[in-house]
Design a protein around this ligand. Sequence first.
Ligand code: ABU
Length: 341
Amino acid sequence: MQEVIVGRVEGATVPKLTIEVQACIEKELWPFYRQFGGKPYQPDILQKAAAEIEELCRILEGEGVTVCRPDVVDFSKDYKTPDFEVPSGMYAAMPRDILMVVGNEIIETPMAWRSRFFEYTAYRSLLKEYFKRGAKWTTPPKPQMGEQLYDNSFFKEEYNGKYITTEFEPCFDAADFMRAGKDLFVQRSHVTNMFGIQWMKRHLGDKYNIHVLSFDDKRPMHIDATFTMIGPGLIIANPDKPCHQLSMFEKAGWKIVEVPRSVVSDQPPWWMSSKWLSMNVLMLDPKRVLVSSIEIPTQKMFEKLGIECIKVDMSYANALGGGFHCYTTDVRRRGTLESYF
Ligand code: ABU
């Protein structure tokens, strides 16, 4: 990896518990969102998370990677469009959700949470700079996020394989995609609909193949704590969320390794994700990975695969719903455009 964007937690605000947030968050956490939605996250946790992210940047730079950061934005302001209103935004902590790099193109994704509508503002200084340096800069149609994008009947019954987003307009988070050369893998999730996947297919054209994957998962949102690509030919898989298309990878000769369970405790709190962030790692190159300093079983798994672990503490940063992969978007990597399927 040569250059990476690392998100920031400064200005982070708890999103309102809108229907699309409810679908993605464990029910036990809903009271937290009801109480704090629209207010800043607890300052002491934010400060500690910010310190961990600073340390992550220092470590990346020490490994020879250029680190870029989004602007500091106050996400506590309320906003209103002709289609919806919310009491606040959320954060610019997870560039992996909003920025997708494909070749020399950087795509600002049309995310599905109303609290994330204006998140792109934090990245505009960087995107203008990348454009000046020669990048192709694309913004897909921005969803209107009115009532028609969300399925109001979603909570009427127990989980039945439905999604909170409808097919009214395209939406997708970049973190539902992963890429190996000319092959992109994507899951239909609560925040990525088939219309969004279709948009990407038509946009990228014949140069890339998009494969749709699915998993046993009641709350699909982001593929990178479910099925994480360690490199072409090697995937680490969440044993609680089996992939329905495993045979496709097996036929292509890929190795799929099940990840050991996380060993983290309940403190600091887990406000927005499962503990499977233990597998939300960042590969610096095929032989070096950033992994949580607490997750010894996961470290051992990587060492057995011949991959050196660079250990970093992300306990407080994890509280906001992301691990190394979520907090970063790799902008430049060495390599050629291979086809694997
Ligand atoms: N943004 C990644 C969250 C994934 C998970 O909760 O497992």
